[in-house]
Design a protein around this ligand. Structure first.
Ligand code: 13P
Length: 313
C-alpha cells in the first residue's frame, strides 16, 4: 500500500473514539521499530519527521524508506512535524509527504492564518493534508500568572475562525501538554484542561484535534537511564489515563517522541554498562529497537486504542 493522508484514519478515529499515535523517529532503527509495531498491532500509524531529521536521513533515503515501509502492508502517513516556514512545508509536499504541519503559533493570529493558508493552498493542490497550531504548547509553568482564564492555552473563541479562514484538516490545541522530558515536577499533579478541550470540541463538531507533547515519561524508563550513568532530571509526563480520555474525545492524533528516545537511551546505556567489551553495533541496537517496538505496541493497544483499526488496501 502507498503512503496515505490522515483523512481516512482521522474520520474513523473520531467516530470510533480512539486516536492515532504520531511517533517522532530519529533513525532508521526507530523508524523500523514503529512500523513493525504498527504491522503487528494492525494499527494505523503516523511517522513524523522534523526538518532536522529530514536532513539527517537525507531526503532521498527518507522517502525510499517511508515508501518501502508502507508497502509492507501498513496504513501509514508521513508527516512533517513543526514545519517552521511555508517553504519547508512546500518542500516536504514536493518530496511526497502526505501530511505537513505548519507551526506559526508563535506569530500573531493574523500572521498564523496567513502562513497556514498559504501552506493549505499548496498542500491541498497536491493532495496533502495540513495541521496547524493555535495557542502555545510549551511553558505550562506560567499559567498562574496569566489573567485571562485561557492564558496561553488555545482560546475556544478563536478556533472556528481559524479553521474556516485557513482550511486546515486538523488543529493542534494547547491544553496543558508540553514537549520534552520535563513536563511536570515530581511534586506536581499533571492536569490537562479537559474543560477547554470540551469547549473546542463543541465549537468544531466532527473536526480532528491533535495533542502535542504527550509522552508519559515512564518512571522506570527514566530510572534505567540514570541507573546506568545517565543524568536525567526526575520528572512526570502526561498520565496514560488522560491520554485515553483525550482519545475518546475529539483528539485523533497524539504526538510522542521523548518516550522513544528515553527508552532507546536506557537500553543502550544498560548494554554498554553490562558488556563493556562489546562493540558489535547490532548487539546494542537490537535490544533498543525491540524495547521501542514493545513500547509503541503497548501505546497503540492500551492508550490510543488503535490496534486492529488499520485499513490496508
Ligand atoms: P513529547 O516530547 O512529549 O514526546 O512530544 C513530541 C511532540 O509533540 C512532537 O511534536
Amino acid at each position: 500500500m502507498s503512503l496515505v493522508t490522515t483523512k481516512g484514519m482521522f474520520k474513523r478515529a473520531y467516530d470510533g473514539h480512539y486516536s492515532i499515535g504520531a511517533f517522532n523517529v530519529d533513525t532508521l532503527d526507530t523508524f523500523k521499530a514503529v512500523c513493525e509495531a504498527a504491522k503487528e498491532e494492525n494499527s494505523p500509524v503516523i511517522i513524523q519527521i522534523t526538518e532536522n531529521v529530514v536532513k539527517y536521513f537525507g531526503p532521498d533515503y527518507l522517502m525510499a524508506i517511508a515508501r518501502t515501509a508502507a508497502e509492507t502492508g501498513i496504513e501509514m502517513a508521513l508527516h512533517l512535524d513543526h514545519g517552521r516556514s511555508v517553504e519547508a512545508c512546500k518542500a516536504c509536499v514536493d518530496l511526497g509527504f502526505t501530511s505537513v504541519m505548519i507551526d506559526a503559533s508563535a506569530y500573531d493570529f493574523e500572521t498564523n492564518i496567513k502562513m497556514t493558508k498559504e501552506v493549505v493552498e499548496y498542500a491541498h493542490a497536491h493532495g496533502v493534508v495540513v495541521e496547524s497550531e493555535l495557542g502555545s504548547i510549551t511553558g505550562i509553568e506560567d499559567d498562574s500568572t496569566v489573567e485571562d482564564k485561557y492564558g496561553h492555552f488555545t482560546h475556544p473563541d478563536q478556533v472556528v475562525e481559524f479553521v474556516n479562514r485557513t482550511g486546515i484538516d486538523s488543529l493542534a490545541v494547547a491544553i496543558g501538554t508540553a514537549h520534552g522530558a520535563f513536563k511536570y515536577k515530581l511534586d506536581e499533579n499533571p492536569a490537562l484542561r479537559f474543560d477547554i478541550l470540551e469547549e473546542i470540541e463543541r465549537k468544531l463538531p466532527g473536526f480532528p484535534l491533535v495533542l502535542h507533547g504527550s509522552s508519559s515519561v515512564p518512571k522506570e524508563r527514566l530510572a534505567l537511564v540514570n541507573q546506568y550513568g545517565g543524568k536525567l532530571q526526575e520528572a512526570k509526563g502526561i498520565p496514560e489515563d488522560m491520554l485515553r480520555e483525550a482519545s475518546r474525545r475529539a483528539v485523533c492524533k497524539i504526538n510522542v517522541g521523548t518516550d522513544l528516545r528515553v527508552c532507546w537511551t536506557g537500553e543502550v546505556r544498560k548494554f554498554f554498562a553490562t558488556f563493556p567489551e562489546e562493540f558489535e553495533i547490532r548487539k546494542y541496537t537490537t535490544p533498543a529497537r525491540n524495547a521501542v517496538k514493545d513500547m509503541v505496541k503497548d501505546k497503540m493497544k492500551n492508550v490510543f486504542m488503535s490496534s486492529g483499526k488499520a485499513v490496508v488496501e
